[in-house]
Design a binder for this molecule. Structure first.
Ligand SMILES: O=C(O)C(=O)C[C@]1(C(=O)O)C=C[C@@H](O)C=C1
Length: 356
């Protein structure tokens, strides 16, 4: 056994030496890129370039390593290289252990500074004021729909969307003891309680459900009180040393949440992008139909359409529309130019690479 392992491990050692050498060669080039960027005051984080690198490695990957795993490794390589240029600070809805934090690492890798915030409003404030270089905020959940506070703040603030991240949301029921003995309350963010309601109705119909600021906060509360169970990610459970009563309790096994990366960076085209807009129309028959007609005329596909009351006392709405393509793509630019003429209100929230 040992005799057979030794030569294989020697091979791995030799390959690791080569990988290490190549990683540092790459890091030195990134440092040079950093100097060029510093001279021209160009932004360090370039989501379109990172998306192209990650798509490229997955396409060229001959295996046996999986495409996802290769992307995870290259995400970290780029994060480490980027941190030699500048360590970006990213604000998110904390505390640590939330799905928002998971989205932050999925987008930026781990060589960053994080700024956990107590509310979505605070994430926007940090990104708008420049306390953080970027913010990561939830936009929509596949089972519960839009996160209204985020939609309102995208409209009201000067931040733009520079990127998007989509993550699988798996909720676990967890307690200090790993059992439900003596548990009187289940705590979680209101969205998580809603996403697990069928499970809770079936198994724990008589246990009180209490909405708290985040699932991370729920995990923290459960770690201090054995009569409280938390619904949160297993990552949060590990952090607060909770035992898993039941994993994957979300009603929809394909439950996903989409997050927006917000800041002041106008991302360049990556070749596979989305553009987000907010629109309003005069309150008359056929107005929405006419508003969107230029998209069809110019072959621009709509991937999302959401409405929010304008909250000015009349039955008027803002429409949140996502389309395929980048504002710099000629057909998208032509469609938006026409659409703008039909709209009573028109705001481009940003163009950014489609999430991996
Ligand atoms: O290409 C750049 O602009 C770089 O700074 C290099 C690099 C990378 O490591 O590949 C790092 C950070 C950027 O976000 C994009 C890519």
């Amino acid at each position: 056994m040992t005799d057979k392992l030794k030569p294989l491990r020697d091979q791995i050692d030799a390959i690791d030496a080569q990988i290490l050498d190549l990683l540092n060669q790459r890091a030195k080039v990134a440092q040079e890129v950093g100097h060029v960027k510093a001279e021209t005051r160009a932004p360090v984080f370039r989501p379109e370039r990172e998306a192209q690198v990650l798509r490229g490695v997955a396409e060229r990957n001959p295996g046996p390593m999986g495409g996802r795993e290769v992307q995870t490794i290259f995400r970290e390589i780029m994060s480490a290289c980027r941190s030699l240029e500048k360590r970006v600070t990213v604000a998110y809805l904390g505390p640590s252990g939330t799905f928002s934090e998971q989205a932050v690492f999925q987008q930026f890798g781990s060589a960053i500074e994080t700024l956990p915030c107590v509310s979505i409003d605070e994430v926007f404030r940090a990104a708008e004021a420049g306390t953080a270089d970027f913010g990561v905020v939830p936009v929509e959940n596949s089972s519960e729909g839009a996160i209204n506070r985020t939609l309102d703040l995208l409209l009201a603030t000067t931040t733009v969307i520079s990127g998007e991240v989509s993550i699988a949301v798996h909720h676990s029921l967890m307690t200090k003891t790993g059992t439900m003995d003596g548990v009187k309350i289940v705590c979680a963010h209101s969205q998580a309680l809603a996403q697990c309601q069928v499970y809770l109705n079936l198994h724990y119909p008589h246990v009180e459900r209490r909405a708290v600021a985040s699932n991370g906060e729920a995990a923290r509360l459960a770690s201090e009180d054995a009569s409280i169970a938390a619904i949160a990610s297993e990552m949060a459970g590990e952090q607060y040393r909770l035992g898993v009563v039941q994993a994957h309790i979300q009603d929809d096994p394909h439950n996903r949440t989409r997050f927006a990366v917000i800041g002041h960076l106008h991302t360049n085209p990556s070749g596979d992008d989305h553009t987000s807009l907010v629109l309003a129309v005069p309150n008359k028959a056929g107005a929405v139909y006419n508003l969107l007609a230029p998209l069809a005329t110019h072959g621009v596909s709509m991937t999302r359409f959401e409405s929010r009351p304008a909250r000015i006392g009349t039955w008027e709405y803002y429409f949140y529309v996502d389309v395929e393509g980048h504002v710099q793509d000629a057909h998208v630019a032509r469609a938006l130019e026409e659409l703008k003429h039909n709209a009573a209100f028109f705001k481009i929230l940003g163009s950014y690479p489609v999430s991996l």
